[in-house]
Design a protein around this ligand. Structure first.
Ligand SMILES: C[S@@+](CC[C@H](N)C(=O)[O-])C[C@H]1O[C@@H](n2cnc3c(N)ncnc32)[C@H](O)[C@@H]1O
Length: 322
């Protein structure tokens, strides 16, 4: 495809590209041409930096990544309100829509189905509710069913209609499974369908106690263990306030109940030793991050995991028992 470009020496290219991008002269639709010791950078028609000679060249077009919005025929005003992304959990897509997009739900769902041939269910997310933290999901297409989700190369079952599940924590689960050592006794408290446990189990010869009050989460974890031939996870359905009474002392404890984790800290007190590591996830404003004033733990590190709303983020608080 013909387009305007400037030919510049390769050794000074990066600075020039940065400048052109900063000034919004870079033409993203075309590919840079490699021309020996030179490169030809595609620029927009209104490019006006006098230091460079602008000419016409034959460029290859950039292959644009398709988006579900490309399949929608809606007014520009409506298009602007469409979310750029959504969560995909196996063959289920969960999308958040502003209230005034309700009448376009069907069209949006059809566009998503055209985009991903193996998606079977599309649902609109209207928030998380109740003790089990299950999402309020309105099905636009398909049915409630278990799905297989692949995270960090591990196949596991999920069902966001019945058990809390967030694909956004996959890096966090990888991080935790990387720092655990073989033979540790690990508690995955509030495990849901067990994605932390599954990540750890695949990497380490640890003994993992995975507890959730939602029996369907434990049912899915058992199914995931089966398809992966995993034996070092002990799944337990129950309230951690009771279950902990029958568990041994842990080397490491994961607490993922972000709106309430700190209220549960006191319950692990009889299952720790000096040196037990605790990773607690909490939602908080940065300036209100909790002070770890419990006398029996020392605060080691605080990491922002992701933003939750304009003011609130999820943080991981790393602690060690004194
Ligand atoms: C944020 S979700 C956990 C998600 C999970 N760790 C993951 O990575 O997908 C919190 C979980 O805590 C469970 N829960 C809430 N209160 C509980 C309690 N008292 N005892 C055990 N589990 C509880 C809920 O059923 C829910 O599955």
């Amino acid at each position: 495809m013909k387009g305007k470009g400037i030919r510049i020496p390769k050794n000074s290219a990066q600075n020039i590209i940065n400048e052109i991008k900063r000034k919004n002269y870079y033409n993203n639709d075309l590919k840079i041409i490699d021309d020996g010791n030179f490169i030809i950078i595609p620029v927009k028609d209104y490019f006006s930096l006098t230091d460079y000679k602008i000419s016409e060249y034959e460029f290859d077009e950039m292959v644009r990544k398709r988006n579900y919005r490309d399949f929608l025929n809606l007014d520009e005003g409506i298009r602007k309100m469409l979310p750029k992304s959504y969560d995909r959990i196996g063959n289920i897509v969960i999308i958040k829509l502003e209230k005034n997009l309700t009448e376009y739900e069907k069209e949006i769902s059809e566009a998503i189905l055209k985009m991903h041939k193996n998606v079977r269910t599309v649902a609109v997310d209207t928030g998380v509710k109740g003790e089990f933290r299950i999402r309020n999901l309105k099905i636009i297409h398909g049915n409630v069913e278990d799905t297989i989700y692949v995270e960090n190369g591990i196949r596991m079952f999920a069902n966001p209609f019945k058990v809390y599940f967030s694909p956004r924590l996959s890096n966090e689960r990888k991080y935790i499974s990387d720092i655990i050592e073989d033979n540790e006794v690990v508690f995955d408290l509030f495990c849901g369908s067990g994605p932390f446990s599954m990540n750890i189990s695949r990497k380490r010869k640890a003994i993992i106690y995975s507890i959730d009050k939602n029996p369907y989460g434990i049912f899915l974890l058992r199914k995931s263990m089966k398809i992966n031939n995993i034996e070092n996870i002990i799944p337990i359905a129950g309230d951690i306030r009771i279950v902990l009474n029958n568990l041994p002392v842990a080397d490491r404890i994961i607490m993922d109940l972000p709106f309430n984790s700190k209220d549960f800290l006191k319950y692990v007190r009889n299952n720790v030793r000096s040196g037990t590591k605790i990773h607690m996830y909490i939602m908080s404003e940065r300036q209100n991050l909790m002070k770890m004033d419990e006398e029996w733990v020392s605060l080691k590190n605080i990491t922002e995991v992701h933003q939750y709303s304009p003011r609130i983020s999820m943080f991981r608080i790393d602690m060690e028992v004194k």
